[in-house]
Design a protein around this ligand. Structure first.
Ligand code: AMP
Length: 270
């Protein structure tokens, strides 16, 4: 596995792939890799010949006071994991590689990025769209893989690629969960044992909502009763617009346990 640390190395790795007719797939991450990230790599390797994974903790998607400084950093283990699943290259960009002139450019994807996460983390999707556009510009992948775990993010990236007419297929991969149904997340490592025992109710309550066993209002109430400290949203939305307009086919939630914010979502089961 190539460990790429400079833009020059990335360009020369890419040239070799292109000259030998390889199709490049790309999996952008912020590291602290778990089975969820690795499932994206597995999927990429099923459909393309060369899989590149980036690890870059993107400061522009964190607001002041969020967990940028404490975000888990586990590079040695990440490298081992990526080798074991057969990734071809890992790219570790520096801040200067991504923002050579400071952050002078902002990519804003309108509409789809306004509700839900956009309301509670208004800085977030501009940061994500900006960094993903930069990463795409350097990697020039044929396909890029994103988790449905971050469902709205996946839709924002699809919209950006469509609006900018980028020649990249964006592929969503289903959420990987632990044995208790909790969606894997690098941020789960922040949870205490007690918090974890509450966190596992998120999946259960979302499933009840998705099966029509409880209403949205009951789901919100139940989350607080089970011990979540705050519910930013727990709602049924259209997967296309993420609003209440259209076919309401997805449940999405963001909840707090202490200082940890968890998100999850799933399709409506009919
Ligand atoms: P992150 O490192 O959190 O930025 O995530 C990198 C990619 O992994 C994103 O496309 C996420 O949606 C995806 N991802 C994170 N957690 C999971 C999971 N539990 N299942 C599937 N994909 C995931």
């Amino acid at each position: 596995m190539h460990i790429i640390k400079t833009l020059e190395d990335l360009a020369s790795f890419n040239q070799t792939q292109i000259h030998t007719g390889q199709e490049i797939s790309f999996v952008p991450t912020m590291g602290a890799l778990h089975e969820g990230h690795l499932s994206l790599v597995h999927e990429a390797l099923k459909h393309t010949t060369t899989a590149i994974v980036s690890i870059f903790i993107n400061p522009t998607q964190f607001a002041p006071g969020e967990d940028l400084d404490s975000y888990p950093r586990t590079l040695d283990e990440d490298i081992k994991k990526l080798k074991s699943v057969g990734a071809h290259a890992i790219w570790l960009p520096s801040i200067d590689d991504i923002y050579p002139n400071g952050q002078k450019i902002d990519t804003h994807v309108s509409d789809i990025s306004e509700p839900l996460e956009g309301k509670y983390r208004p800085h977030f999707f501009d940061g994500v769209a900006t960094v993903v556009a930069r990463l795409f510009n350097e990697v020039k992948p044929n396909k890029a893989y994103f988790g449905e775990k971050d469902f709205q993010q996946l839709q924002v990236i699809k919209k950006m690629v469509s609006d900018l007419n980028m020649p990249i297929d964006i592929i969503g991969v289903p959420t990987i969960r632990d044995e208790n149904g909790l969606a894997l997340s690098s941020r789960n490592s922040y949870l205490s044992k007690e918090e974890y025992n509450i966190a596992i109710y998120l999946n259960e309550i979302l499933r009840e909502l998705a099966h029509g066993e409880i209403t949205e209002e009951e789901a919100n109430k139940k989350l607080l009763e089970k011990g979540f400290d705050k519910v930013d949203y727990c709602t049924i939305r259209s997967s296309k617009t993420l609003t209440k307009n259209g076919n309401l086919d997805r449940v999405l939630a963001a909840v707090w346990l202490g200082n940890t914010r968890l998100i999850d979502n799933m399709p409506i089961f009919v």
